[in-house]
Ligand binder design. Structure first.
Ligand code: SF4
Ligand code: SF4
Length: 276
């Protein structure tokens, strides 16, 4: 990645922004204006939608969700991941920030990102390059394609994505929440099973709420036979489904059309849009 016009990917924000603000160094081959454009867009959307970013906006999220939705039933049921697995992305994000700040390389993009095989296939001539290529191709297949297909869970978004912890922690202050009316709940557990992000547990269900990892996708609402789950305004019992869903769809369409425009622009001109 030595082209200085690569548009910055939102997933890189934590480990590109921290070295830039602490050491004044851009560790991603993009102009600083790209960092600011994507940083402000991401921050604004996460403040508005919270982790709804992962449910309605992110391209990786769409892929993970697509494959997790293909089969009717999971071939490998995966319901209660161990706590360490759920905490792994938080540690992983910190690790990537530290490595990027110390060595000034975007380690996730260089060695791990599964989509690099499409936009920047590495030259594989040395053994080391073969090993790194193998890591992100198999990692991508396992966490974005085969794993979600077999388990009906979004494995990349739940256990790997280094932007997920930032979305989750900042999203805590966003005004739209998913809540469960415990007086209507039949305790059937269908919502726990249907959540692709492990964001409803038996414990959170008993308290009438999701975990902070909820991406506001609405799958649990569609599955709930009692209609007990809904979008609510923070700190109130006010249902805001009719406001939240159109808002999320509008944002989704804006982002998708921007993405399509960038692809068409690239195909027609051979130039990558980089917000320079
Ligand atoms: S967890 Fe990461 S990859 Fe998944 S939707 Fe959220 S930002 Fe995208
Ligand atoms: S708890 Fe419900 S709304 Fe939240 S991520 Fe899971 S299925 Fe989607």
């Amino acid at each position: 990645m030595n082209n200085n016009s690569v548009p910055i990917c939102p997933i890189t924000i934590p480990f590109v922004a921290v070295p830039y603000f602490t050491e004044g160094k851009m560790v991603f081959p993009s102009p600083v204006t790209s960092l600011f454009a994507v940083l402000f867009m991401w921050l604004g959307l996460v403040l508005i939608l919270g982790r709804g970013w992962c449910g309605w906006i992110c391209f990786f999220g769409w892929m993970d969700q697509f494959f997790a939705s293909l089969l009717k039933k999971p071939i490998i049921p995966l319901e209660n991941p161990p706590k360490w697995a759920k905490l792994f992305p938080y540690a992983f994000m910190l690790f990537l920030i530290l490595v990027s700040a110390v060595f000034l390389i975007p380690i996730f993009c260089a060695f791990i990102c599964p989509l690099r095989i499409i936009y920047d296939p590495p030259g594989v001539t040395t053994t080391f390059e073969w090993i790194t290529a193998l890591i992100f191709v198999t990692g991508g297949l396992i966490f974005l394609v085969i794993g979600p297909l077999l388990t009906k869970k979004r494995l990349f978004c739940s256990f790997i994505c280094p932007l997920m912890p930032a979305n989750t922690l900042i999203g805590v202050i966003n005004p739209f929440k998913v809540k469960i009316d415990t007086t209507l709940c039949k305790k059937c557990g269908l919502c726990v099973k249907s959540c692709e992000l492990f964001a409803i547990t038996k414990e959170s269900l008993a308290k009438g709420r999701t975990t902070i990892e909820c991406a506001k996708c609405g799958k649990c609402m569609d599955k709930c036979p009692a209609g007990a789950i809904n979008y609510k305004l923070m700190f109130t019992d006010q249902t805001i489904r009719l406001f939240f869903i159109p808002l999320a769809i509008i944002v989704n369409l804006l982002i998708a059309s921007g993405f399509i425009w960038m692809v068409v622009h690239y195909l027609m001109t051979g130039e990558i849009v980089s917000f320079q």
